[in-house]
Design a protein around this ligand. Structure first.
Ligand SMILES: *Cc1c(COP(=O)(O)O)cnc(C)c1O
Length: 368
């Protein structure tokens, strides 16, 4: 199989072993053997964020957005609002889901790519403390490559006794996290980002005590009912609905590879890839949307070159033909393109990518 290097923010380049894990004997997902596999995946996904003692994993058959929807539609409370932080497209998506389901929300909107104004955040919490039930935000805002300050945001939420719900889609398993220390009640991610599995599953890692309390809320979704899926998975050791069987086997393999690499190992590898990428891009004269201090080191939004000959699609196609996939920017005031450095990648991939990128600009005489 030809190996391709995906620099888009998911689905990512996977290892050969994860791809091979998809090829398994047909099995009914109601069999005990599959239940054991599912249970081990649920437990290990919690272990990755050190929540064994306090948290439980609920799996969903969907892309990541499904699990976000599950949380919002299952955790909202009547006559209460979510405080939603928005500094990129995924924060905006949380607000859109709330609107679609007529869930009340108070917004902290920042310019996309700007760090969260913590003073404004706290004053919103203070002013609306009676009506806010939970704070919802994106950890790594993948639209712009900004890392929102998890501890600062959750510490302040705790001060006002608010539930913390985070979309950690593209940071889970890429950046060390501890649901207890970071005071996260609900963490959301999916199988195809930094855990390096195949797309098709999403999950919520929820605090057990909090999950037990949502039983009497009034969920707006049947399929994405967080509590019912939780109880079913925990008690029956089965999915409530048909799972993508093979994707779960691949996820099992991806989790094994994560533990082999270790939490620190993966973080360090991603950081090294980021460093090589950033150094190369700077040498070529590129500039970044977000100040380096706020870079997630997982994905970088790069300002489009000013040269009128520059065209993203041409650049994309040139690189794609050579086995490298890059990603357009989204919704920011200044035009960008994006490069993620997550997935089963190594230093050589980045070096080869930079070489092709450089050649492209030279060959077509475009100023980067
Ligand atoms: C990828 C991603 C999502 C989910 O996108 P899907 O296409 O539904 O998988 C949500 N939030 C963030 C921050 C993401 O990076």
């Amino acid at each position: 199989m030809k190996r391709t290097v995906l620099l888009n923010p998911g689905p990512l380049t996977t290892s050969d072993a994860v791809k091979q894990a998809l090829l398994v004997s047909d099995i009914c997902p109601r069999e005990k053997e599959f239940g054991i596999l599912m249970d081990s995946v649920r437990q290990d996904l919690v272990k990755i964020v050190h929540g064994e003692k306090t948290h439980e994993c609920v799996l969903f058959v969907s892309s990541g957005t499904g699990a976000v929807e599950a949380c919002l539609t299952s955790l909202y409370e009547k006559n209460k609002s979510f405080l939603v932080i928005n500094n990129g497209a995924y924060g905006k998506r949380i607000q859109n889901i709330c609107d679609r389901f007529e869930i009340s929300h108070i917004d902290l909107n920042c310019e996309w790519g700007e760090p969260v104004d913590l003073i404004q955040y706290e004053s919103l919490l203070e002013q609306n403390t009676d009506s806010i039930s939970a704070v919802v935000f994106v950890h790594h805002e993948t639209t712009v490559g900004i890392l929102n300050p998890l501890n600062e945001i959750s510490d302040i939420a705790q001060k006002y006794k608010k539930t913390v719900i985070i979309d950690a889609m593209s940071s889970y398993a890429g950046i060390p996290m501890d649901v207890q220390k970071n005071k996260i009640h609900y963490l959301i991610s999916s199988s195809n980002k930094c855990i390096q599995g195949m797309p098709g599953l999403s999950f919520v890692i929820g605090e057990r005590a909090s999950l037990e309390k949502i039983k009497n809320l009034n969920p707006k979704s049947y399929y994405f009912n967080l509590y019912e899926n939780y109880i079913f998975q925990k008690e029956q050791k089965q999915f409530q609905f048909t799972p993508p069987v093979q994707v779960l086997y691949a996820l099992r393999k991806a989790i094994d590879e994560y533990f082999e690499e270790t939490e620190e190992g993966r973080f360090n590898r991603y950081s090294e890839l980021y460093k090589s990428l950033i150094i190369g891009l700077k040498k070529m004269g590129f500039h970044f949307l977000v100040g380096e201090k706020h870079h997630s080191k997982l994905l970088t939004a790069i300002l489009n070159p000013k040269d009128p000959k520059y065209n993203f699609n041409d650049m994309h196609d040139y690189l794609y033909e050579r086995g490298f996939t890059i990603y357009p920017g989204k919704g920011t005031k200044e035009g960008t393109f994006r490069l993620a450095n997550i997935g089963a990648l190594c230093r050589k991939d980045i070096e080869e990518f930079l070489q092709h990128l450089k050649e492209y600009f030279i060959k077509f005489k475009i100023n980067s």
